[in-house]
Design a protein around this ligand. Structure first.
Ligand code: SAM
Ligand code: SF4
Length: 357
């Protein structure tokens, strides 16, 4: 469904449930210099180059969304900063007047050398993943990461004075749940925000049993209250699915992203585009549209891709269907790749790096 438009009013993307899409997450690559245990398998086969959108094609998509009323773009991946020449794209999006909120999610490994250019290109906000402050454990969880390099990157970003910096920590029971308070204190020391994330069942991984390591946001909050009894729910809101809490006298906002224990679909304002140019209308469903085919059939042309995006609003589903093992209800779509796993659940075969987390 598309809101009525005229020449004066800006066009809006409204889905079949009356929600306006104002936020797009664009995955600029499926590749990464890390192999986090909850995100990727140790041995990954990445997409061949021709299947991945070119930087120009991603730039065109960003313009199309901007003209359709989107005001927030987040670049993600894979690791966006390992894509060659990505700065060209960042400068392009940073120059789009409609995009008032331009953000990126990064693992921080390249920030020491890139933070200053990112700020100059118009990037406003950075989410940086950090799951452990212990170098050996950090290496185990990321399989390849160097903790000090990431901490230096975080500090370089803090020194640049971005509008907002937030740490993202995925908490796994028995792996890093004893670091919840140290991670929070790391954020408090730097006066930056932090979100604790429940692991999502995206992609089949064999490194750990997701049900055994599942740590709910309620449990994380209980642990924080042991150190900070005055932790209280706050009315802070962002465009994202985080619910925020505050500690009196502390600048750091503490977010909880809880796809299992909290259904945030009712206020969903976002869509995602994979590195292959597949528009995903919902993280937990396979409803999607192949925008790459539209772009490549009409090179350099904005209108066909804008029309495909308008049309896609009709298939944005009402809610996601996560369960711990996979998904608890079958989701079907003409583009779907759902398959039944051994428990009869639907297991989405995409990895998080494919969808742009
Ligand atoms: N490479 C960048 C990074 O790590 O920040 C951006 C891409 S990464 C896929 C985006 C976010 O998704 C990260 O914060 C990561 O921790 C999170 N993530 C990846 N796999 C996840 C999963 N299975 N469940 C929950 N969060 C996940
Ligand atoms: Fe790479 Fe980010 Fe996935 Fe980790 S979470 S493997 S850093 S894409």
């Amino acid at each position: 469904m598309i809101a009525p438009t005229n020449r004066v009013e800006k066009e809006q993307l409204i889905d079949g449930f009356g929600r306006q899409v104002t936020y797009v997450r664009l995955s600029v690559t499926d590749r990464c210099d890390f192999r986090c245990v909850y995100c990727m398998a140790e041995e990954m086969t990445f997409l061949p180059r021709e299947k991945v959108l070119s930087l120009e094609e991603i730039g065109l998509l960003a313009e199309a969304f901007a003209q359709l009323g989107v005001n927030k773009i987040r670049l993600t991946g894979g690791e966006p900063l390992v894509r060659q020449n990505v700065m060209q794209l960042i400068q392009h999006i940073g120059g789009l007047p409609e995009i008032t909120d331009f953000a990126m999610t990064s693992n921080g490994s390249q920030l020491t050398r890139m933070a200053s250019d990112l700020k100059a290109a118009g990037l406003k906000r950075l989410n940086i993943s950090l799951d452990s402050l212990d170098p050996d454990r950090f290496r185990q969880l990321t399989r390849k990461g160097d903790l000090q390099q990431v901490i230096n990157g975080i500090d370089a970003a803090v020194a640049e004075g971005f509008t907002g910096i937030k740490l993202n920590a995925v908490i796994l029971k028995g792996r890093n749940d004893d670091e919840i308070l140290p991670l929070l204190e790391f954020a408090i020391d730097r006066q930056i925000d932090i979100s604790f994330i429940e692991e999502m069942p995206l992609g089949e991984i064999s490194e750990h049993d997701r049900e055994a390591t599942y740590c709910s946001s309620d449990e994380v909050r209980e642990i924080i209250r042991q150190g900070y009894p005055l932790l209280t729910s706050s009315t802070d809101k962002t465009d994202g699915p985080s619910r925020y809490f505050r500690i009196p006298g502390v600048k750091t906002k503490i977010g909880f992203i809880s796809p299992h224990s909290h259904n945030f679909c009712g206020s969903c304002n976002r869509v995602r585009v994979t590195a292959e140019g597949r528009l995903l209308l919902c993280l937990g469903n396979e409803h999607s549209v192949d925008l790459r085919a539209v772009i490549r059939a009409n090179p350099g042309s904005l209108e066909p891709v804008k029309q495909a995006i308008r049309d896609s609003m009709a298939i944005k589903p009402e809610r996601h269907h996560f369960s711990l093992g996979g998904f608890n209800e079958s989701s079907t779509s003409e583009f779907g790749t759902d398959e039944l796993n051994a428990n009869g659940d639907v297991q989405i075969l995409r990895f998080m790096n494919m969808t742009g987390g």
